[in-house]
Design a binder for this molecule. Sequence first.
Ligand SMILES: Cc1cc2nc3c(=O)[nH]c(=O)nc-3n(C[C@H](O)[C@H](O)[C@H](O)COP(=O)(O)O)c2cc1C
Length: 306
Amino acid sequence: MAIPTSRTKQAGIIHIDHEACNQCGLCAQICKDHSLAIENGHVVQSQHAVFGCFGCGHCMAICPQSAITIEGREISADDLLELPASHKKSSYDNLYNLMIGRRSIRDFSPKEIDQSIIDQIMDAALTAPVGLPPSDVNVLVFNGRENVREFAFDAIDQMAKALWLFKPPGLWLWKLAGMEAFEMMNNFGFPLINKLIQKKKANKDYLLYDAPLAMYFLASPYSDPVDPIIPATYAMLAAESLGLGSCMIGSIHPLIRHGAKKFKQRWAIPQKSTNGLVVIFGYPKFRFQKAMKRSFARVTTYDNSN
Ligand SMILES: Cc1cc2nc3c(=O)[nH]c(=O)nc-3n(C[C@H](O)[C@H](O)[C@H](O)COP(=O)(O)O)c2cc1C
């Protein structure tokens, strides 16, 4: 048995080098699929795997003897990297300061973005956790203002086709999905789409703000719906650390998720993508002077100490 993804439907193949293995048992302890077990003091492939090796690679990464390798499921021993020497020196303060200083940026300087920076953003995004490996996230990279604008304008044209859903009587259909959906479409969806169309007529990109770079992170029907959101967030933080500003753009995917067959074909968007998020990047035109304090809607803590 194996957990299916669009990339593979096979379980990982486990190789154990019994000569190198020192029987520490770490691989068996860490494998939550129970693909590995200790029998008579030896690591063996267990007959009681829950799903079949899903290729997280933890057993390979934890083995002090390099005695275990996984192949298949888009993973192999070649994917093991030495941990950077500075790994343990990364501090909370550094990370927090980067995070608190980040703002959503919608005004960009004319400077385009070097490929080396795009590669660094992608490398960081690839470190994100994934619901089930291998990642089933598709990423579209729009490099250069012209490409971003072409995509943005095409997306706006696509949204314009659905405008009837955002004004009465189509708008009232949203009540079937609940009052919240109706309120959102009435007070946000409709004015937004109207503004996008209006601005496009004036040759202005109010969707992706004429950014010089955009990345569209897309889920597959096999992946967890939040799978694209996590690398998108990592990409955003990486960009911040590289001196770029960024902004998430959530308004495209919900409007093209159903239908929009030709639009999806044109831009290599998987037809059945359940979720997606665009992030735009560029050098900020303006600098913020202050950080912002935020709050969650509600935090409920269950704590045994009282
Ligand atoms: C999931 C998500 C979707 C978003 N979609 C849009 C969008 O479509 N257009 C936009 O201008 N900003 C979008 N934003 C940016 C938010 O509006 C922004 O985070 C918010 O104004 C708070 O500003 P800050 O990021 O500077 O704290 C989105 C943010 C998130 C997290």
